[in-house]
Design a binder for this molecule. Sequence first.
Ligand SMILES: *Cc1c(COP(=O)(O)O)cnc(C)c1O
Length: 395
Amino acid sequence: MSISSETRTGSPRSFLPLIEPSLEGNEWEYVRECVETGWVSSAGRFVDRFEHEFASWLGTSNAVAVSSGTAALHLALLVAGVRPGDTVIVPTLTFIAPVNAIRYCAAKPAFLDAEPDYWQMDVAQLEKYLSVECNIKNGQTYERASGSRVAAVLPVHILGHPVDMDPLISLAEQYHLRVIEDATESLGATYKGIKAGLLGDMACFSFNGNKLITTGGGGMIVSKYSRLAERARHLSTQAKADPVEYIHDEVGYNYRLTNIQAALGCAQLEQIDDFLQRKRAIRTGYEKALEEVHGIQLQGEANWARSANWLISARFRTAAWDGCPRPMINRLRDFGIQTRPLWQPLHASKPHGQRDGTQLPVATRLYREGISLPSSVALAGQDIERVSKTLREII
Ligand SMILES: *Cc1c(COP(=O)(O)O)cnc(C)c1O
């Protein structure tokens, strides 16, 4: 049963949300089984099954289910050895969660600008940062100015599209950095034929309600290294060191996913290939419908990438409203169409802003010009037509 816009608003298709989940598979059946058997909490067969099936769908051997994508990132950073005072390299143009997770570790972010074509972390800037602002001492990299150890790089594959990982990984090897992929927005994307999440030392996924598949709230850590995955699992269960006795060997967290959530996840995972196909069709639909609209340029797709098309997003590049889509967002809302601007670049944000006045112009420009369009997997061809027609008329 899906939460369709009919049931929400009472009038057919009157409100088009930015993105909503599609729950039309075995969700009810599996959740009912949890309730009927009493296995509702953070142990049970659906948790094991979800981890197993997720790992096998992705093509890895180690997956640890956790309570959110943010919790996954926090644990991945800890397991990667990020310590207080360390530096972790991240893009400035991202949802805030990965940078918050860096701060939970009492580490600090080093922000990199985006590249203009696919809007991902600019790997040329990574090279520049490491070679100009850092040096290597005893097999570790340090920022020259602050003396802080640079422990890891955290590429975020934003909006469904992967970061250019090959040069990033060779830089990480050269500078002895762990690579943690934030693949929360790009489940199902591929980089040179390899799925996002299989490229770094570890990767994190999210099953929040707006992501490709949802458990209500939840996350997953994957790693090709079973030692790292098992340590993440240990930390996620209060670092309990004995199966019977309450003996704990370090400060842990309560970050486990519940069986009810995992039940939803198992049902969603059964539909993932279909969801990805529908997302592809939505992208193609928008490409066709917006081709003729002057001043709207969709986020590109590199020839080395296949986007998961999580949120179909565009740059608004017209002289109208001085090239800023915010009035457009308001007008679309009046027509019952929900769109969103991109995230405020985090180097300029209140919690993570940097006093040195760092200028990261591409991300700043994308923030000004970017707009995300309705992208639910259940979006119909006529919905895309309606969005495009309304956009055309407003422009
Ligand atoms: C959604 C998201 C997360 C994780 O979010 P949770 O709500 O904690 O699951 C992390 N990073 C990015 C870039 C995201 O979009």
